[in-house]
Structure formats: structure tokens, C-alpha cells
Design a protein around this ligand. Structure first.
Ligand SMILES: C[S@@+](CC[C@H](N)C(=O)[O-])C[C@H]1O[C@@H](n2cnc3c(N)ncnc32)[C@H](O)[C@@H]1O
Length: 290
């Protein structure tokens, strides 16, 4: 009988980032000395710290709609600043990100992804090819590049790619291949060309737009993207898929098991450790080894 174990992948390797508190639909985080208060729908418990601590945040995000909003600065927090990540396990994995408070509440890094950077940096070998789809500001691309991999980074937004290029240079890396394209379109072309990768990383959003306004909707394209990814990964390779869209880890397993029945699947929740010991689950993750 197959054993099914749900795992918590915990990003507990940070020095310059901390989840100070969470609760009542918000999280209080410290990024390289600056404290931010922003919405977190997953924080369904009461805050542990009192409001005076939360009021000391350097900036807090005020939503004006479902996704958008603005930052209320409470101190002289700079427009842009840097955050360093240094792996305790892999000496080559030293990354530097430029942070900026965007009107989508994001700041240019998803700290919980450090659990994936560690996995990727420990698994990919020099010269092997890694494809990062829906790649945002490139944490996974940089982690793979730091190990000497041949990295292709795909995102629909040109400005996001420019931001990743800054992160690459700040991290002392170079040579990432940039692709500004709809992830699905690019993947279909790669299948047609017969191109193969040792690893594929993907973080498909609930909805999105390609650069030519191609509509990405997870519900409509999930099955197709899973099948295409399975085609471009070479035997002995691996896949890392995470999603913030609410698909449970068990459903991810069922989906991938259909397409890759012989692969080793490990799935669970991607979590941030809170200062007081509780975990904040940020989404679902599956690692697939062929
Ligand atoms: C949730 S973010 C991924 C975060 C990433 N895992 C990280 O660790 O930084 C989703 C990204 O998908 C991109 N995106 C949305 N629709 C897309 C599409 N159709 N093709 C390619 N990228 C797309 C967005 O621009 C965004 O950067």
C-alpha cells in the first residue's frame, strides 16, 4: 500500500527575516530591520502581541479592494531596500533581493519559498537545466543559478523580469535566460521542440495574464500544464510545484499521480514559523522525483 504523509515544509533558515506575529487576518513581519503589517487571510486566530507592538510597524498595508491597496508609512522607511539570504546548509546559496512595497501588498520576495531554495540548491547540479515558470522575482532561479545550473526564467511581466535581473546582479550571479511570455505558450513550444529539463519549478497563480493578454486561469489550465511539465522533465529529474490558490496537497498528489504514476511524490504545506512557535501555512507544495 502507498503511504500518504502530509508534510510541513518550514522556512526556518532565515537570519534577516522574521514572522513576528500573526492573527486577526494580518501578519507582522521584519525584513532586514523594517517591520511591515499586511493582510494574511490564513491567520484565523487572535494576535498574540498587543496592538502597541503592531502599531510600531514601519508601514502597514491598507486594502482598497480585493487585491490592491496602499502602504501607510509610519516611519522614514526607504522606498527600496535589500534583504539577504544565506543558507546554513549550502555555502553557494547566498542571495540578495531588492525589496519594494507594491500596491498588491507584496514586497518582492515570498519568504516561505526559502524552503524550496534549499531543496533546489541541494538537488540541482552544475550545468543541469532548470525551468522556472511563473517565476516572479526569481528566488528559485537564483537558488539554481547559485548551484551552477543553466536556468530559464519565465514570467509574463517585463518589469518583474527587470526586478529579477537586479536581484541576480545583487546576488553576484549572471547568465539566467529571461523569457517574457505566457508560461503555457512557452511550455507548448518547448514540448514541440523536444527540449528537456532536469527540473521544472512552477507556482501558477489563480489567475493571470500573459504579455499578449493571454488569459491564465488555474481552473481551466491546471490539467494541461501538469501534462506539459511532465513531458519536458527528463528521467531522473524533479518538479517543484507550489500554489497559493487553495488547492489542497492531497489534490495535487492525485493530479500528478495520474500523469506520473511511478514518480515519488512528497506533498504538504509550505509554512512560516512564527516567533512564538506557531506555524503559518502559506499554501500547498508538491515535490516530484522521477
Ligand atoms: C505567485 S507569483 C510566483 C512567486 C514565486 N514562486 C516566487 O517565489 O517568487 C506568480 C507570478 O506569475 C506571473 N504570471 C501570471 N500569469 C502568467 C502567465 N500567463 N505566464 C507567465 N507568468 C505569469 C506573475 O507575473 C507573477 O510574477
Amino acid at each position: 500500500m502507498t503511504s500518504h504523509k502530509s508534510i510541513r515544509f518550514i522556512a526556518d533558515t532565515w537570519n534577516n527575516y522574521e514572522l513576528i506575529d500573526s492573527g486577526d487576518g494580518s501578519k507582522l513581519e521584519q525584513f532586514s530591520g523594517y517591520v511591515l503589517d499586511r493582510p494574511e487571510p490564513g491567520a484565523v486566530w487572535p494576535k498574540a502581541l498587543d496592538y502597541k507592538k503592531w502599531d510600531k510597524a514601519d508601514a502597514s498595508f491598507e486594502p482598497t479592494g480585493k487585491k490592491k491597496g496602499f502602504w501607510q508609512n509610519k516611519s522614514s522607511i526607504p522606498q527600496k531596500w535589500h534583504l539577504e539570504y544565506s543558507s546554513p546548509e549550502h555555502s553557494h546559496l547566498k542571495l540578495k533581493f531588492q525589496l519594494e512595497m507594491t500596491n498588491f501588498k507584496h514586497v518582492g520576495v515570498f519568504p516561505e519559498q526559502a524552503a524550496n531554495w534549499e531543496y533546489i540548491a541541494g538537488k540541482i547540479q552544475e550545468g543541469e537545466r532548470l525551468l522556472n515558470l511563473f517565476a516572479y522575482t526569481g528566488g528559485a532561479s537564483l537558488a539554481a543559478k547559485s548551484a551552477g545550473a543553466d536556468v530559464t526564467h519565465v514570467d509574463a511581466i517585463r518589469q518583474v523580469i527587470d526586478w529579477t535581473r537586479i536581484n541576480m546582479e545583487l546576488s553576484g550571479l549572471d547568465g539566467i535566460r529571461w523569457v517574457v511570455e505566457d508560461a503555457l505558450k512557452f511550455l507548448k513550444r518547448e514540448v514541440k521542440r523536444g527540449n528537456k529539463y532536469k527540473a521544472v519549478v512552477l507556482d501558477p497563480p489563480t489567475w493571470g495574464l500573459g504579455p499578449k493578454h493571454e488569459k491564465w486561469k488555474l481552473d481551466n489550465h491546471l490539467e494541461e500544464i501538469v501534462e506539459l511539465v511532465a513531458e519536458v522533465v527528463e528521467p531522473g529529474g524533479f518538479i517543484v510545484m507550489n500554489t497559493y490558490s487553495g488547492i489542497p496537497p492531497t489534490s495535487l498528489e492525485t493530479l500528478w499521480r495520474r500523469v506520473l504514476p511511478k514518480a515519488k511524490l512528497t506533498s504538504g504545506e509550505l509554512c512560516l514559523p512564527g516567533k512564538d512557535g506557531h506555524l503559518l501555512s502559506t499554501g500547498s507544495l508538491i515535490r516530484i522525483e522521477l
